[in-house]
Ligand binder design. Structure first.
Ligand code: GLN
Length: 187
């Protein structure tokens, strides 16, 4: 399968590596022609304000909105913010294809980043993984069509709304690629 990784800013290299390690092709997406060649898309962590500004400047918004109607997208950390509904603090509105409101940097600053165990419901089984949280957002409100599929303690850190999957941590920064595998095989 050909998985696109939005490569405007942030941690796209590690996501591409994870995709390749699972035996699939990864391509860096910076324009709509490349996006059209992808079957699925990953929006990486990084800085959501920068990613959203570049989406606007490169006129990628409509292509991404169209893609989201027909294809699966996984957003991680800043990628979750890009998919969500919360406009506050962003230079342009996010894509709004995931009906959640988020609070950016809700765990504090860079120095408060942490690694801790998270529980995820993958392939109808609860599994435990290491979650790397770096200036991570928290999901504050979820629409009815959004399902929580992962938790850190009691806090929801992974959600799914039909073909859109989003997590507030960085699954690409460990050697455990089960979330990528779930995204590629099941979403
Ligand atoms: N704090 C960043 C933001 O608001 C997200 C951090 C990350 O992706 N690691 O965009």
């Amino acid at each position: 399968m050909t998985i696109g990784v939005l490569a405007l800013q942030g941690d796209y290299f590690k996501h591409a590596q994870a995709v390749q390690r699972l035996g699939h092709d990864a391509i860096y997406v910076k324009d709509s022609a490349t996006l059209a060649a992808c079957q699925k898309l990953i929006i990486p962590g990084g800085e959501s304000t920068t990613i959203i500004r570049l989406i606007e400047e490169l006129e990628l918004r409509n292509a991404l909105l169209d893609f989201a109607k027909q294809h699966s997208i996984m957003g991680t950390c800043a990628g979750l913010i890009v998919l969500a509904n919360t406009k506050e603090g962003l230079p342009f509105p996010p894509l709004g294809v995931l009906d959640v409101e988020v609070e950016r940097n809700a765990y504090g600053r860079q120095i408060n980043s942490f690694v801790d165990s998270v529980r995820l419901n993958l392939f109808d089984k609860m599994v435990e993984m290491e979650g790397v949280f770096i200036r991570a957002p928290k999901i504050r409100k979820m629409g009815k069509s959004v399902k929580a599929i992962g938790y850190h303690k009691e806090v929801v850190v992974a959600v799914r709304q039909k073909q859109i999957l989003a997590v507030s941590f960085h699954p690409e920064l460990t050697e455990d690629f089960r979330l990528h595998q779930y995204f590629i095989e099941a979403i």
